[in-house]
Ligand binder design. Structure first.
Ligand code: E4P
Length: 287
């Protein structure tokens, strides 16, 4: 059962509808799901197929993704399911939009994931004009969060998710949770049209601290949901003490959300690396 007083929405981070069903049954609720190309590549059916030496054609792979997303959507009809467009260094905003529109028609509750790059932001700006729901992914800096806010001004609450990747910052010695704290703080000055979705969650501590910070949404792999369930689905509030160990905190930046979105410096090395890795995992499935 969903704990009373749980204010954050809880999403499963995965690419397998059977896993969705399992956690829906054990937790008694799920508010949504996020997928990405690497998670689809880990889907058990995809793995079996690759182990047999049978890759997909590009169309088959998209059809495979569509089938998974449709199965998940039926399981969580009142939630949101994030579906990620293909993007590599060459992909233009128009390419992303064309694929995003197609994916948006797959299910009634999609959020289309776009990378937080220059082309991804252009696509986001246009997607909002077309009334699409989007999830800006691979966010690693407060400037990127400010740019997303500014590029999607006018969107309704819940139309835009922002996914800062906590674990990947931790991996290089930076305190990913401090980015969540900073973005939530900065967004307090805004109109609330962007919801912060804590992503790349690697531990129960990440999860609990995101609850304590009142992240709008938290997406988490099955393993962490399992740990949370085993612990009796505890909540965390102001008293929660997050041990960031030796991780270096990211300083808060004073940024003006009223600025034009094209003026922010959105470049981040981890975004570029992330785009390449998603593309590589996807392309590895294609013959
Ligand atoms: C979800 O939206 C993200 O794609 C996911 O949380 C990334 O997690 P990872 O950094 O463990 O790959």
């Amino acid at each position: 059962m969903k704990p009373e007083n749980l204010r954050s929405k809880i999403f499963l981070d995965g690419g397998d509808a059977r896993e969705t069903k399992t956690y829906l049954d054990s937790l008694g609720f799920l508010d949504g799901q996020t997928t990405n190309p690497s998670l689809i590549a880990k889907n058990p059916e995809a793995r079996k197929r690759i182990e047999r030496g049978e890759k997909f054609s590009a169309d088959e792979l998209l059809g495979f993704y569509k089938d998974i997303v449709q199965e998940i959507s039926v399981l969580i009809p009142h939630g949101s399911v994030s579906v990620e467009v293909y993007a590599d260094r060459e992909t233009t905003a128009e390419d992303m939009l064309a694929e995003g529109r197609k994916m948006y028609s797959w299910i009634p509750n999609a959020h289309i994931k776009l990378p937080t790059t220059a082309e991804g932001l252009k696509a986001a700006h246009q997607a909002i004009a077309e009334n699409m729901r989007i999830n800006m992914t691979l966010v690693f800096s407060q400037e990127q969060a400010a740019a997303v806010y500014a590029a999607t001004r006018g969107a309704t609450k819940g139309q835009v998710f922002l996914s800062p990747f906590v674990g990947r910052l931790d991996d290089r010695g930076e305190n990913g949770m401090s980015l969540i704290k900073n973005i939530l703080e900065m967004y307090k000055k805004g109109d609330g049209h962007v919801e912060v979705l804590t992503a790349s969650v690697r531990s129960l501590d990440h999860f609990l601290y995101a609850l304590a910070l009142q992240s709008d949404i938290i997406t988490t792999p099955a393993k962490i949901l399992h740990e949370w369930h085993e612990a009796g689905m505890p909540l965390a509030g102001d008293e929660f003490n997050y041990d960031s160990k030796e991780l270096k905190p990211l300083p808060y930046q004073e940024l003006d959300l009223a600025r034009d979105w094209t003026e922010f410096d959105i470049q981040h090395e981890l975004t570029d690396v992330g785009v390449e890795k998603f593309a590589a995992d996807w392309n590895a499935l294609i013959q």
